[in-house]
Design a protein around this ligand. Structure first.
Ligand code: 3NM
Length: 231
């Protein structure tokens, strides 16, 4: 059966569906890295974000050594695992596998998606960033399970990127079948406009949660602002 299933890709189809189902459940996706916590410890910020209602945490570290990143990712695996929250590792397929994360998120400068899928196999969620409809369609065809689409609004976190606005979100969400995670400049004040776009159920934030003085309260406020939207 397994040889037959592998040949027909039955097994991977089933798990691909499962992976995407997991992503469709997400509402608040919080990205955390030591550059954006105002000097606080990343695990403490993650605990607070989860207490405030985040269902998925992405660890995004651009400067740590591999060993330091691994050690931090392991701590976050414990915290997220206990809370039943998904853990995604930015850029680093090897670290995601090493700590048993739920997935990996890749941008255009990281491993190409088909190669990443070959390395991670069927079990891990593969997320991709798309800044245009073209990139979104390419990522979908290349095997992504969800798409991070943005920046929706101007953001001090990535000032070099030109915002695509709500129009980009609408375009992408209407033309792809994957879960769309809106990103870039999203706050409790503008989140309802974002979730008013058909097909958009989940938002990813850095500053609105990780840099807030009270992380738990900031996440809870965002979740509250999201109520009744995005269904
Ligand atoms: N990627 P904030 S926008 C990390 O569009 C990132 O690819 C983006 O941070 C993209 O919530 C972005 O602070 C920054 O605006 C998101």
């Amino acid at each position: 059966f397994w040889a037959y299933a592998a040949e027909k890709k039955l097994y991977s189809l089933a798990t691909g569906e499962e992976r995407r189902q997991r992503c469709w459940r997400w509402r608040l996706y919080v990205i955390v890295g030591s550059e954006h916590t105002g000097g606080r410890e990343v695990p403490a910020v993650v605990r607070a974000a989860i207490a405030g209602g985040a269902e998925v945490i992405q660890l995004r570290e651009k400067k740590l050594s591999t060993r330091a990143l691994y050690s931090l990712a392991r701590q976050l695996r414990e915290i997220t695992g206990e809370a039943g929250v998904d853990l995604i590792i930015n850029d680093r397929v090897d670290v995601a596998l090493a700590v048993g994360a739920d997935g990996v998120h890749l941008g255009s400068e990281d491993l190409p998606l088909p190669e990443a899928r070959r390395v991670i196999g069927d079990k891990l969620i593969l997320g991709a960033t798309a800044h245009s409809l073209e990139e979104a369609l390419e990522a979908q065809a290349a095997g992504a399970d969800y798409l991070g689409v943005g920046p929706v609004f101007p953001t001090a976190t990535k000032p070099e990127l030109k915002p695509g606005g709500l129009k980009l979100l609408r375009e992408v969400a209407s033309q792809v079948s994957l879960p769309v995670v809106a990103i870039g400049g999203i706050t409790a004040e503008n989140v309802r406009e974002v979730l008013a776009q058909p097909g958009v159920k989940c938002v990813a934030v850095i500053r609105a949660v990780a840099t807030a003085p009270d992380v738990k309260e900031a996440a809870a406020r965002l979740k509250q602002a999201m109520e009744g939207m995005g269904s």
